[in-house]
Design a protein around this ligand. Sequence first.
Ligand code: ARG
Length: 274
Amino acid sequence: MPESVTTGRAPRARRFLVCEPRHFAVRYAINPWMHPDTRVDVDLAREQWRSLIQAYRAHGHAVDTVDPVPGLPDMVFAANSAVVVGGRVFGSLFHAPERRPESGHYDTWFKAAGYDVHRPESVCEGEGDLVWTGRYVLAGTGFRTTREAHREVQEFFGHPVVSLTLVDPYFYHLDTALFVLDDDNVCYYPEAFSPGSREVLARLYPDAVRATRDDALAFGLNSVSDGRHVFIAPQAEALAARLGEHGYLPVPVDLSELHKAGGGIKCCTQEIRS
Ligand code: ARG
């Protein structure tokens, strides 16, 4: 039996920033999941989103909210607005012109909360592509965030940035293909990465929990872990079972309505690391 099964895993309380999908819609297509003729049930989206917030609070996590703005249907995807490490905020510069105005609203929230916000010079989409592991930043590129932004992130935080190239348009953000389980391990779908990036991940995380394409298509990699509980899409049943075998406790939260825009649990969640 692997050690993780017998030892049990310790959760760490987090602080999250989220934005209610009050004005959620699929009006433009900037990833393969989005079809502007798709009907969206906003009430269902809000209800599903509220169940995520309840689940976070029930597990001891603090949740702050940014007010949603009419005309910005993707603003619910709070993860894309910044990456925050050690109380320092690296803001976003969205690839799609439709999403660019979101940044100003999030920056206003951060400033009111007492943070300075660094405005990036190159396209970069916050925690969508910039994943803090506890020791360094894993940084995705290929569809949205640029390599130039990776350099800027390293200069800003003074932490190593490991660039990883994404190759499958369905997994256009790093957080759709990989999530951090705890300070020592990650869970990811290898085929979403270029051969060299796959090798890098295999070297950094020889004991990673590997996911299948089906797990990834079910938004199973767009999960949030507190070190013990993994808030995960119920559609990713097989992956949840595998995480259970590794000693993690899956907490299923269904955000199916938000999947229509190509987003899931992690996309809706910005972590504020003080
Ligand atoms: N429709 C949004 C976009 O394509 C979805 C963003 C999902 N967010 C994420 N962190 N992966 O930009």
